[in-house]
Design a protein around this ligand. Structure first.
Ligand code: ADP
Length: 296
């Protein structure tokens, strides 16, 4: 996959606060890339640097393989904070102002309103819109001029559940239509549902980055027991695919490779002459994994 953004060793401090420490990762073209981390982890600072609103203390980044950030900037639509739309103006008139500020995209207004499913309400006043519609209009304004890349900071913040669902659907749809999307979020659940790739930040450090199904893969554990636990422990350690086996009182907790199932453990033990008295699959939630990653 072609790289649309390459970030190399970016650092940024606000006085004594180190907001970003040597952050590096690549964003492949065509993905929905989530920058995930608790509040204060440096997500907005990173987006600000990438959009040329803030200056990094060290490091650099390259958009679209182009060395001139100002040329590249024109191909990026962004939503860093809630835009100030006029409450008494219609969507069409608000977008006219947005296009005038951007100095392009005026002819695009009907097309972008259709994309965010607001065409039928194009002449209604902004103040009559639901929260989700207001945010969809904000996203429409980022689409003026057909940018290849869209950058959103916490795009569902402050919305009601219906609005959140509308925006998540819209992000997936825009990605299907060919936009690469980079979004910051503090919600693991959101990144899991919407993003294909993720970078996890904690207090300015990059913990992990890569495809969501690799980085956020859940790690299951299997609990087993038998009347002779010591014998079971020495047997199970010989089974291929067992990563670790820890005994606590009368139970053994196993971490296993992806191919290992409770059934395969059961038949392995039975074949070797040990009958299990206890067999339990414990799903480790992604929440637990995320908390472990970002807390300690
Ligand atoms: P996030 O978007 O993940 O919530 P931010 O990038 O907003 O994180 O903030 C990262 C850290 O930098 C936080 O500790 C925050 O308090 C601090 N910070 C952000 N902006 C400023 C600023 N303008 N002046 C001083 N500190 C700031």
């Amino acid at each position: 996959m072609e790289t649309i953004l390459s970030i190399n060793n970016i650092s940024k401090a606000y006085g004594p606060i180190q907001a970003l420490k040597n952050v590096s990762f690549d964003v492949p073209q065509g993905c929905v890339f989530g920058i995930l981390g608790p509040n204060g982890s440096g997500k907005t600072t990173l987006l600000g640097i990438l959009l040329d609103v803030l200056k990094a203390d060290a490091g650099n980044y390259t958009w679209l393989g182009n060395d001139n950030p100002h040329d590249a900037r024109k191909k990026i639509g962004s939503l860093l904070e809630t835009p100030n739309f006029y409450h008494y103006l219609s969507a069409m008139d608000n977008l006219k102002i947005a296009a005038a500020i951007k100095q392009h995209g005026d002819e695009d207004r009907l097309r972008v309103l259709e994309k965010v499913n607001l065409l039928q309400r194009k002449d209604s006043k902004f103040q009559t819109y639901s929260l989700g519609m207001k945010q969809r209009l904000a996203i429409a304004s980022t689409l003026l001029g057909s940018p290849k890349v869209l950058v959103f900071d916490e795009p569902t913040n402050g919305l009601d559940p219906a609005g959140i669902a509308e925006i998540r659907d819209l992000i997936r749809q825009l990605n299907t239509e060919g936009h690469t999307i980079i979004m910051a979020s503090h919600l693991l659940d959101e990144v899991e549902k919407v993003c294909t790739h993720v970078a996890i930040l904690k207090k300015g450090d990059l913990l992990l980055s890569g495809p969501v199904d690799e980085v956020l893969r859940s790690e299951d554990q299997i609990e087993i027991s038998a009347s002779n636990v010591a014998q079971l422990l020495s047997l199970i350690q010989t089974m291929p695919g067992i990563i670790s086996a820890k005994q606590q009182l009368n139970t053994i907790t196993l971490s296993c490779d992806a191919g290992i199932t409770p059934e395969s453990i059961n038949s392995y033990c039975t074949d070797k002459g040990i009958t299990l008295s206890h067999l339990l699959l414990k799903k480790k939630s992604l929440e637990t994994k995320f908390m472990e990653l970002t807390n300690n």
